[in-house]
Design a protein around this ligand. Structure first.
Ligand code: ATP
Ligand code: MG
Length: 426
């Protein structure tokens, strides 16, 4: 049977199952290489090999063994962590995929910026500088100024995004990016990028590079709360006007070209400033999360984005024909407190709202929830996904859902509530 190999999966069961279902829609069997047993419906997966994928040589051996025993036509990963490993693997196996040099560039926020600078377009980015010690921090602050953002060059999931208002906050961030704390920081421990804090509104671009042809599938509007940059709302497609969309599309084309991406899905994040110009936040060589590509795009447009990503990874033309003209969004349910999460109660009010399609559990029941800056991930307890006829209607129902869900979080022990989403400004 023709098969696709998935290297790790996303975290949410709703997204995880969507990856296998998409492969089956295209007639592929699914083979999985993962750190731990993913939450797939068992019968959807032909074989799962558990290996420590941070151990690259063990992961490579396991992948090569799987490729001898299955007819693997493409290899995909669904998150940032394994993008470089998969690029090396597809190159070794002679399968379509991101070139290894492009993978290294897009996995590193500083190298991405350097690529766009080398392409002659520093105007499409915030001012930035690489920081690895006290001296370079001082130089960066002198060059870029305040307020700024200091963040690890190689992380994802908004881990360790720090707003800097003055010179006394560096020690704190360093302690958050120690490799002992999170293995994602092993690649480049202590390497940070210091950049201008951008205003404006945040957007993402979902698309594919088919061979070297750039196919933009759509732009998503995003809302991110200060001070920890917790993203809590996404609506697809955007309500930006045509001219603004063109600016975003031009940025996308420049970035894809400058980084050398091909044969891959991409997820680009940017900000549109009040003066109408755009600035790149980052680009990733994989599908976008937050249910955007698994659910929002299919619900709004009928485009099967996961299947399209698998088509590209197997060297086939993706079907990107829109079939509907609706809007879809997702609203993250952010924990109001630290503690042991014991589940949602009383979600009936959310499920009764018109247009609600899913309520997803993003943290397993029993998770120890910590709030940022201690931890950036565990406070996102769940997500409500809704589809309506228009942007404003989706926005409204998701706002109602967030209000209705707030009293529905249950914890094992008493505790203090805190405000994580301090500013609802974008
Ligand atoms: N220079 C900046 N100006 C303003 N906001 C920023 C800047 N850099 C990062 N942010 C905010 O922090 C968020 C996370 O930053 P970034 O995407 O660079 O990190 P990440 O760890 O890759 O996050 P994720 O994986 O969640 O996308 C951005 O979506 C944005 O809201
Ligand atoms: Mg990002």
């Amino acid at each position: 049977m023709p098969s696709v190999l998935f290297v790790n999966t996303r975290r949410s069961p709703l997204e995880v199952n969507a990856t296998a279902l998409a492969a089956h829609r295209l007639g592929y069997e699914v083979v999985v290489l993962a750190d731990r047993e993913p939450p797939y419906a068992r019968e959807l997966v032909a074989e799962t090999r558990i290996v420590n994928t941070f151990d690259l040589s063990a992961a490579r051996e396991a992948a090569l063994d799987l490729s001898r025993r299955h007819d693997i036509r493409g290899v995909l990963t669904w998150g940032d962590r394994d993008v470089e490993f998969v690029a090396d693997l597809t190159t070794e196996l002679g399968l379509p995929g991101l070139p290894p040099a492009a993978a290294r560039t897009v996995r590193n926020k500083f190298l991405t910026r350097e690529a766009l600078t080398a392409a002659g377009r520093p105007d499409l980015m915030p001012r930035y500088a690489l920081v690895h010690d006290e001296d370079s921090l001082n130089r960066a602050a002198a060059h870029v100024g305040y307020p700024a953002v200091l963040k690890p060059t190689g992380a994802s999931g908004s881990r360790g995004i720090h707003r800097v208002h003055g010179p006394d906050e560096y020690g704190l961030l360093r302690s958050f990016t120690r490799p002992e704390r999170d293995p994602i920081f092993r690649a480049r421990p202590g390497e940070l990028i210091y950049e201008e804090l951008l205003g404006g509104t945040e957007h993402s671009v979902e698309g594919l590079v088919v061979g070297d042809e750039i196919r933009i599938v759509g732009i998503t509007d995003k809302w991110v709360a200060a001070p920890y940059s917790i993203e809590y709302l996404q609506i697809h497609p955007t309500e930006l006007d045509r001219e603004q969309q063109q600016a975003v599309e031009e940025l996308t084309a420049r970035t894809v070209r400058a980084t050398g991406m091909r044969d891959c899905a991409f997820h680009l994040e940017c900000r549109l400033l009040p003066d109408g110009t755009v600035r790149l936040l980052e680009i990733a060589g994989r599908i976008g999360g937050g249910y955007i590509t698994s659910h929002l795009i299919p619900l709004a447009t009928g485009i099967d984005f996961y299947a399209a990503a698998i088509a590209v990874a197997t060297g086939n033309p993706p079907d990107l024909e829109p079939r509907s003209n609706l809007h879809a969004g997702s609203r993250q349910l952010i924990s109001p407190r630290a503690g042991t999460f014991t589940g949602f109660t009383g979600l009936n009010a959310v499920l009764e709202l018109p247009g609600v399609e899913h309520v997803a559990l993003d943290q397993a029941v029993g998770t120890r929830v910590a709030l940022p800056p201690e931890d950036y991930m565990s406070c996102v307890l769940g997500s409500v996904v809704a589809r309506r006829g228009g942007h404003a209607a989706v926005h409204e129902v998701l706002q109602q859902a967030a209000q209705a869900a707030a009293p529905a979080f249950a914890f094992a022990e008493p505790g203090e509530e805190q405000t994580v989403l301090t500013a609802h400004a974008r």
